[in-house]
Design a binder for this molecule. Sequence first.
Ligand SMILES: Nc1ncnc2c1ncn2[C@@H]1O[C@H](COP(=O)(O)OP(=O)(O)OP(=O)(O)O)[C@@H](O)[C@H]1O
Ligand SMILES: [Mg+2]
Length: 581
Amino acid sequence: MIKKLGDYMGSRKTLLPWSIAISAVNGLLTLIPYILLWLVVRTLIISGGDVSDPKVKDYALWAFLISIVDLILYFVALMLSHLTAFRMETTMRKKAMENVMKAPLGFFENKNTGIMRKVIDENASETHTLIAHILPDLASSIVSPLGVIALLIIVDWQLGLATLIPIIISFGIMVYMMNPAKNHFQRNYLNALEKMSSEAVEYVRGIPVVKTFQQSVFSFKQFYDSIVSYRDLVIKYTIFWRMPMSLYTVVINSCAFILVPTGIIMIGHQGDTATIISDMILYVLIAPIIAANIMKIMNLGQNIFLTSEAIKRMEKMTVAEELSENDIPKKCTHFDINFENVSFRYEDAKNDAISNINLNIPEGTTIALVGESGSGKTTIARMIPRFWDVCEGCVKIGGIDIKQMDKHELMKNISFVFQNTRLFKTSILNNVCYGNPNATLDEVNRAINLSQSREIIDRLPNGLNTIIGSEGTYLSGGEQQRIVLARAILKNAPIIVLDEATAFADPENEHIIRQALTHLTKDKTVLMIAHRLTTVKDVDKIAVIEKGKIAEQGTHDELMAKKSLYYNMWNEYQKAIDWKI
Ligand SMILES: Nc1ncnc2c1ncn2[C@@H]1O[C@H](COP(=O)(O)OP(=O)(O)OP(=O)(O)O)[C@@H](O)[C@H]1O
Ligand SMILES: [Mg+2]
C-alpha cells in the first residue's frame, strides 16, 4: 500500500519524510514547557512561594518561546504533509479517470456512473487523513511518550514505575483491540455502507415509478434491508468494542489514582515532602500525554486499514481490462463485416449469450436481426464496436480482425444508435457536432434536414443554439432520436449499427424516423435490430436469432417461403397489427 501511495505522490514523495522528521522534533519539544513548568513549581515550593526569584521568570519565558517554536514546527510539518496528500489525491482521481476512459464500452454497461463518481471521489479523500495527519502525528505520538517515559524514570524511578503500571496494562488492551482479526468487522462495515448508498441511489431513481403505481415506500425492500443490516452491524460493532474500550479509557486515565497513594507512602518513608509533591505535579501533568498519544497510535491501525480498503475499492471499480491492440494497427479500406464462429459469454454468466455466430454483411448492404427478447441481438451488435471482446472466433471488418485495428479508427468507422442514446445538456448544435466536430454549419443543417429534425429546430426559441433541458425545452423520445440520427448522419461513418432505433416512435413518428434512417443508411454497411417486422421487410438479409444462435437467414421472401420461424413471427406480427386496428 505504501508503495502505491508513494507512486501517487509523485515528486512530492520526498516531502513526507521531512514532515515526519519535523513532527518528531516537535513531539520532543512539546515536553520541554512541561519540564519548565515543573521547575517553576519546584522553585516556588522550595522558596516558599517567592515569585521574585529571577529563575522563575526565565523558566516562564523559555516555556513561552519554546511553545511558539513548537507551534511553528507543527505548522510546517502539517503543511508539508498536506502538500503531499493533496498531490496524491489529485493523482488518484486522475489515474482513476484515465483508466475509466480507456475501458471498453461494455465496462459502463453494468456500472452505475453516479456510484462510480462517488467511489472515486470518496475513496481518494479517504487517503487524506492518513498522509496529511496520521503519519506526521505518528512520529510525535511515538517520540513524545518515549520522552515522557524516560523523564518519568529519570526524575524519580519509584513514582515512574507506579505511573507505568496503568500504561502497560492499557497498552495490552490496545494490542488486543488492534488485532488484525478484528479487521473483518471493518470490512463488513464498509461493505454495508457501500450497499446502503447504492441502494439509496436506486431508491431515489425509482421514486417516479413508486409514485405512479402508488406503492408504499416498503416496495423498496432492498433499500430497507440494507439499512437494517447496516444498523445491525453498527450495533454489533459497538457492543463488541464497549468493554475493551471502557476498560482502556478507565485504566489509561488512572495514573493520578495510583500516584497519590504512592506519593503518600513515599513521604511517610523519605519525608522530603516538597520534592515529592513537586515531582508528583510533573507526573500528573505529563502522564496524560502518553494516554493521548497511545490513542493516536491506535487510530493509525484503523486508518491504515481504511486507506488500503479505499485503494482496493477504487481500483476494483475503475481498473478495467484495456482492450488489446496491435503494435502496428491495421487500417481497413473495405467495410464488409464478417462474424466468424463468434461466441460470447458475459462475465459470471453460466451460458454463452451468443454462440457460433457466422454472419456476413457485404459492404453497402443491410442486415436485420430479429428474434425474441433476450435472444442475443444486442449482444451481437455490440461485438462490432468492441463493447466487449469475443470469447471465441473473430469479427472482421474489410477482412481485418477488429482486435488488430486502431481503436480510434474503429470508432471513427462506426456510428451506433441505441434506443437509449442520450443527448447532452448543451445546445442542439453541440449535440449534433459530437458526430463531427469539424463540420461546417451547412453540413450541420443538411444533417438536420435529412434527419427530419428541421421542424423541431424551428419550434425552439433559439433554434440550433437552444440548450436542451433549459427554458422549458424538453424533447420527446422520438424527437431526441431524430437529433441523435442527425448526429449519426453528420458523422457519415461507413458502418451503421442500429438497435431498436424506431422503438420510441408512434406510427406517425415512425414514418418520419424511417425516412431519416433511409438517409442515414444509404450506401452504408448496416446492422439493424428492430422489433417491428415491417421495418425490416425490405432489407437485403434478415437473420433470425434464437437462444444466441442464428436459426435461419435470408431475404423476407425466402424466409416466408420456408414457412418456419420467421414465417410464424410474421403472421403473429400481422395479427398484432390487425388487433390494434
Ligand atoms: N450487460 C450484461 N451482463 C450480463 N448479461 C447480459 C448483459 N446484457 C445482456 N445479457 C444477457 O444476454 C442475453 C442476451 O441479451 P441481449 O440484450 O443481447 O438480448 P436481445 O435479443 O437484444 O433482447 P431484447 O430484444 O430484449 O433487446 C440475455 O440472456 C441477457 O440476460
Ligand atoms: Mg436488445
